[in-house]
Design a protein around this ligand. Structure first.
Ligand code: F0G
Length: 365
């Protein structure tokens, strides 16, 4: 017998099956595409008491760091790799600021494809680089930025037998839009406002697609205002001009010429939202405060939505009485070096193996 059961007989019926099987009816995938899944999606929506109180609003965090490789990219990678396999690919390629490459490497490993990764040299957080290497990717460091890497990935896919799995591949957005479905399914309707970081702009485009489809299909009665945030040093969507040399400590969104620029502009315009830029200090402060107040440790770029919410409040934009979802896109463990910079020198409290000494050091006496 050669059937492939999705779960062992007798397994719990509530086991999450990954975004393709959970939402297949709503995804535009070739008929018969077999899911290559690591169980992505189904991530928690955590209420933030801190942000709710600060903004007199109902604020929820969509914690995407809980995906299998620690970022939202897994939602689009299960669809992209599944379709690549369906179409007979043997190798896949992507440009990345780190998370896409980590995700692609894992799903390619699972599918038996050869993963090829192009990253800006010296600008990838160590955790993400480790993920790509450990999963067996051929990691090529490019003397250039993400935008150069994306141009090269497209070129490789045009001229060689490798499948391009960046979010310029529409199949990626099919998977990523499932985050909107989960939010609506959990809250019972779409929120008033959705906040998120934006870099290459695939994610905001995917969320908007998901919200629109759920509204069209009667699963939601409304659509949220989409408001997205960039770092000041890499803010093409805010300023309307390409940043030839983007720079920010939030390396995941260090992008000067987003591929989905047009779709992101449409999402902002159609939803009545927009874009704003943040200084790095605000992004890093929001990262630290989110970890301390809400117990949610995210990487720097992932804190941009939270930083944006706080900056908006300071600038007089009111969220009072609104239901707000903030996507925090990736896990803090991806980039511990930047997180530890909060402390300047990492605090080292060393004592003898003695209870009194520990009590004293802990400030209990
Ligand atoms: N947050 C994180 C943690 C990311 O890794 C990215 C993008 C974004 C936000 C922005 O999402 O590009 O869809 O607007 N990372 C890509 C990568 C570029 O290569 O991992 P976007």
């Amino acid at each position: 017998m050669s059937t492939t059961p999705t779960a062992p007989a007798g397994a719990a019926t509530h086991q999450w099956r990954g975004v393709i099987e959970e939402y297949r009816d709503h995804l535009d995938l070739p008929a018969g595409t077999v899911a290559v899944t690591l169980g992505e999606g189904g991530t928690p929506l955590v209420r933030s008491e801190w942000l709710s109180e600060t903004g007199q609003a109902e604020v929820w965090l969509k914690v995407e760091g809980q995906n299998p490789t620690g970022s939202f990219k897994d939602r689009g990678m299960t669809t992209a790799i599944s379709v690549a396999v369906h179409e007979g690919a043997a190798a896949c390629v992507c440009a990345s600021t780190g998370n896409t490459s980590a995700s692609m490497a894992a799903y390619a490993a699972k599918a038996g494809l050869t993963p090829i990764v192009l990253v800006p040299s010296g600008k990838i957080a160590a955790g993400k680089m480790a993920q790509a290497l450990v999963h067996g990717a051929q990691v090529i460091q490019v003397r250039g930025n993400f935008d150069d890497c994306l141009r090269m990935s497209r070129g490789l896919a045009d001229h060689y037998p490798v499948a391009l799995v960046n979010s310029v591949n529409p199949v990626r957005l099919e998977g990523q839009k499932t985050a909107s479905f989960e939010i609506v399914d959990r809250l019972g309707d779409a929120p008033d406002v959705h906040l998120l970081p934006v870099g290459n702009a695939g994610n905001i485009s995917a969320y908007w697609l998901g919200y629109k489809q759920y509204a069209e299909r009667g699963r939601a009665t409304r659509k949220p205002v989409m408001r997205a945030f960039q770092a000041e040093g890499a803010a093409p969507l805010v300023t309307g001009r390409v940043f030839p040399d983007p720079e920010t400590k939030a390396t995941a969104i260090r992008i000067g010429n987003p591929a989905s620029w047009r779709l992101a502009d449409a999402a902002a315009a159609e939803s009545g939202g927009g874009f704003a830029a943040l200084p790095d200090e605000r992004i890093l402060a929001a990262q630290a405060e989110l970890a301390r107040r809400d117990g949610v440790f995210v990487e720097p770029a992932s804190a941009a939505g939270v930083a944006g919410f706080l900056q908006d409040l300071e600038q007089g934009i009111s969220y009072a009485g609104r239901q707000v979802v903030v996507t925090v896109t990736g896990h803090g463990l991806k980039d511990t070096a930047t997180a530890l910079e909060w402390f300047g020198e990492v605090p080292q409290v060393v004592v003898d193996a003695d209870i009194e000494a520990a009590a004293k050091a802990a400030g209990l006496v």
